[in-house]
Design a protein around this ligand. Structure first.
Ligand SMILES: C[S@@+](CC[C@H](N)C(=O)[O-])C[C@H]1O[C@@H](n2cnc3c(N)ncnc32)[C@H](O)[C@@H]1O
Length: 252
């Protein structure tokens, strides 16, 4: 992650602007507005993504999950993952993980202010390091069911990498765990090309519903899992909530 530079657009801050946040600078707002000219639906898609995240966390909490790992957590926003989890299970533990040190500083100051809520700086493309991270290990017992959230982050990785990451985190989660995934999913070639050419905060890839389904090939998705969010306006956030059953920690 580059040093803090307000003159260049930043993934977390551009997204924060789309969500109506205040933790962004001119360069972020300019890119966010230019992207919105390419695709008018983007701010609504960002909000829809947050709704998906909060619904998925609530669903996992209602299923009895008491530990949550939010990978690529982003700048604090409301409702936060721990608010959704603790609305159901007041003792739920939540680890916010992000590679952007400014995001982690904000998360420590605004979210990790009470016991059981943690903010950790780590690169999620290195699952072995994330899974072995002492601060994450202190918060999460991987032998117990866990909800792993990979929201609005896998489109920053190509197909092979995204599939590798889904497999690694699904493998780490024991039976009864939940995996929530959302990606920026395109259904309009011109809009996809325009979006990719315009977004300068980071390279990104647009993955189809079929791509995400393929990443989940080795994950046992039970029938009660939420279906993909319907496409709208050419692009959409596509989300799954599922329970991996193939796991190195799985006893049954
Ligand atoms: C678009 S935001 C999504 C925030 C949140 N997951 C959500 O869906 O609302 C993507 C976040 O992923 C973080 N990120 C990008 N690459 C990452 C990586 N390799 N490891 C950890 N975090 C990463 C960015 O810093 C940013 O905060």
């Amino acid at each position: 992650m580059d040093a803090f530079d307000t003159t260049r657009p930043n993934i977390a801050r551009v997204y924060d602007f789309w969500l109506g946040g205040k933790d962004n600078f001119v360069a972020d707002r300019e890119l966010a507005c230019t992207m919105t000219e390419v695709n008018l639906g983007i701010p609504a898609m960002a909000r829809a993504n947050r709704e998906f995240v909060i619904a998925a966390v609530g669903k996992a909490a209602e299923a009895g999950i008491r530990q949550f790992v939010d990978l690529g957590a982003g700048l604090p926003t409301h409702p936060a993952v721990h608010e959704a989890a603790r609305a159901v299970n007041p003792d739920a533990r939540v680890v916010y993980v992000d590679s952007d040190p400014v995001v982690v500083t904000h998360a420590r100051a605004l979210l990790a202010t009470m016991p059981g809520i943690y903010a950790v700086e780590a690169d999620i493309t290195r699952p072995d390091e994330v899974l072995a991270h002492p601060a994450i290990g202190a918060a999460v017992d991987w032998a117990e069911p866990v909800a792993v959230v990979l929201a609005a982050i896998l489109h920053f990785h190509d197909d092979a990498t995204a599939g590798r990451l889904v497999a690694a985190y699904a493998d780490a989660a024991c039976a009864g765990s939940y995996l929530a995934i959302s990606v920026f999913s395109g259904h309009d070639d011109d809009m996809e090309a325009g979006s990719r050419a315009t977004y300068t905060a980071a390279p990104f890839w647009i993955h189809s519903t079929a791509d995400v389904g393929r990443w989940l090939d080795d994950v046992d998705v039970p029938p009660n899992c939420s279906p993909p969010t319907p496409a709208s306006g050419g692009c959409c956030w596509t989300g799954w909530t599922c329970c991996p059953r193939r796991s190195r920690n799985c006893s049954g």
